[in-house]
Design a protein. Structure first.
Lengths: 319, 289
């Protein structure tokens, strides 16, 4: 008989209606239906596309990834097919397969963000996530997400030419998260997503058997990579970031950073997220996002929740 | 909401371990039971295994398939392979695959060269060629002769090999073929660095001779990059096309993260290709080594 109870797992991110709060993070899920071999992509709330720039990018040289104990450093450098290839090749796939999606866009200048937003508007894209937080490109992205004045200018200019749901993706590499988040809201953002990968570095020092020579490092081999850190090791940073900004903004927050199980998802709801994105864990468990949706359904049934909103309300940690 | 029926054709599959055999001091062969992978895997494709206490999966070439089972060959190098070596018959593992493109199988007289654990996909390819009757010669170049020791099931194999050190010994080769389970019509050449089996030395001591003798129309190889680069360069002199199976650390293994890209020369332009999704098999002359 329990089937007769209609579970409402839906959540609205401004005008964007999602059938459930489970999304997949930019850069971990491709552009469209790449994960079809592992799950039914249409079952999750939405996918967020790989970060897309105006022109195609070839990205950074190798090494691009380094696995750590509980995390991953990446330095992909926004390799992507560019907005025009996306519109031509990937958009039809998303629409034909009824996959809910958010386009993640990244620019090197405010002008580029505006141009990208105009293209999205003219193609009637329902939602855009502004990447203001990628740590792996020389110019743009994170530079725009750190400074309140620049952020305000960028978001408001994009807002002026994009009428649908506008999400601003923030980095935790800022001094005052609440000020940055408030600025995004004031400039017209419909929602905030956070956090992007965290600036990090990995170094491996191998000392030759003969030892270090005085004042020289000829006998040491340094292997290093600088990039963005993701995975479960950044979850505490993400939870804190969301907790801090939740008190200062009223727009929806899409939380992410190290989510790898159902319990993690509940923790993000508790600190203030309205929806979540699964990122690095997609690499290890390509069906995780779909599993989280079914676990959420089961949990709501067990706990007698008819709507996600009620569940989130009860989970919310009171400040 | 109603969830649609799941369509997990590439997993994650929970597969049963049938056996885990030590082939040498540090190299093992693991056999799993899974019909989907065994029926769909092509030589050159790989599977990716969830390993205890590791964030990322570990990729391994499919080394052979038989009925509803498939094999991998691995060398213990780090935590992932150490975990694999702990698996026992009856245990289960979480596997996705088969992934990647696989070799292009053509009916051309072929030379197959596997170096070290790179023998894995070459072993599988050799079996497919054997079954389909494609004329080919199988060169195994390693510290010790893994596949042949195992295939020949001859207790005194290594001793006998030592007696024929430095020569390609056809009668013994025929005997290995006869003793192998799969129907085979190929030749096997072993090269070991210390000469403990087959030809003594390194690949570059023998490759020219082997090419001149076998006169292949096509070469397939997998092994360390310097070995494959050497093979491609040597084959170019003889105008023989080469297919190489590459490897690199993967984050996703499914083509979404762009972590494993390599530069490929295609129609005079240099482009990025993903080893895990566009490869791992590429035309040797298109790879910028």
């Amino acid at each position: 008989m329990s089937n007769l109870i209609k579970l409402d797992t839906s959540v609205n991110i401004s005008k964007l209606k999602l059938k459930n709060p489970v999304l997949t993070a930019s850069g971990t899920f491709g552009y469209a239906n790449e994960y079809d071999d592992f799950m039914n992509v249409g079952n999750i709330g939405a996918i967020v596309t790989k970060g897309i720039t105006l022109n195609p990018r070839t990205g950074n040289p190798q090494p691009r990834i380094k696995e750590l104990k509980n995390g991953l450093i990446n330095s992909i450098g926004l390799e992507n097919i560019g907005i025009h290839n996306f519109i031509e090749k990937k958009l039809p796939v998303l629409r034909e397969n009824n996959i809910n999606f958010i386009i993640n866009i990244a620019g090197e200048s405010i002008k580029e963000y505006v141009e990208l937003a105009k293209i999205c508007q003219s193609n009637n894209i329902e939602a855009v996530e502004l990447n203001l937080s990628c740590p792996n490109v020389k110019s743009g992205c994170l530079e725009f997400g750190k400074d309140e004045e620049t952020l305000y200018k960028l978001v408001s200019e994009v807002r002026n030419c994009f009428n649908n749901t506008l999400i601003v993706k923030l980095s935790s590499n800022v001094s005052f998260p609440e000020k940055i988040a408030k600025t995004a809201e004031n400039a017209g953002a419909d929602a905030i997503s956070a956090i992007n990968t965290v600036k990090a570095m990995h170094v491996e020092v191998k000392i030759a058997a003969s030892g270090l020579s005085p004042a020289r490092n000829d006998n040491a081999i340094f292997e290093y990579i600088k990039g963005g850190l993701s995975g479960s090791c950044i979850k505490p940073l993400a939870l804190n970031f969301i907790y801090e900004i939740r008190q200062h903004v009223s727009i929806p927050i899409i939380g992410m950073g190290g989510i790898s199980c159902f319990q993690d998802m509940l923790e993000f709801f508790a600190v203030g997220a309205d929806a979540i994105q699964v990122g690095t864990a997609n690499f290890t468990h390509p069906d995780l996002s779909e599993t989280l949706v079914s676990e959420l359904n089961n949990f709501m049934k067990q706990q007698n929740y008819e709507s996600l909103a009620e569940l989130v309300k009860d989970l919310r940690y009171e400040y | 909401m109603q969830l649609k029926i799941q369509n997990k054709i590439k997993g994650p599959h929970i597969v049963e371990v049938l056996s885990n055999i030590k082939l040498s001091d540090d190299t093992w062969k693991l056999t799993f039971q899974n019909q989907t992978i065994a029926k769909t895997a092509k030589p050159g494709q790989f599977i990716s295994i969830l390993c205890e206490d590791l964030l990322l999966r570990r990729p391994f070439s499919v080394a052979n398939v038989k009925d509803d089972t498939f094999e991998i060959i691995y060398k213990i190098k780090g935590k992932g392979t150490k975990y694999l070596s702990s698996l026992q018959s009856g245990d289960s593992a979480d596997v996705i695959g088969p992934l990647g493109n696989g070799f292009n199988i053509e009916n051309k007289s072929s030379l197959l060269i596997g170096c070290g654990v790179g023998i894995a996909p070459i072993n599988f390819l050799s079996d497919i060629f054997g079954k389909t009757g494609v004329k080919h010669t199988f060169v195994e170049c390693s510290q010790i002769a893994l596949c042949h020791c195992e295939r020949s099931r001859e207790p005194n194999f290594l001793t006998k090999c030592q007696k024929i050190r430095g020569t390609i010994h056809q009668p013994l080769i025929n005997k290995w073929i006869a003793s192998s389970q799969a129907p085979r019509n190929d030749n096997h050449i072993i090269i070991t660095e210390d000469g403990s089996a087959g030809l003594e030395g390194r690949l570059d001591d023998h490759l020219e001779n082997i090419i001149n003798e076998v006169k292949p129309e096509k070469i397939y190889t997998c092994g360390p990059n310097p070995a494959m680069k050497y093979i491609v360069q040597t084959a170019e002199k003889h105008k023989i096309p080469v297919e190489v199976a590459l490897e690199r650390d993967f984050a996703c293994g499914t083509g979404v993260c762009m972590g494993c890209v390599i530069q490929i020369k295609e129609n005079d332009t240099i482009i990025n290709k993903r080893i895990c999704k566009d490869g791992p098999v590429f035309k040797g002359n298109e790879v910028l080594w």
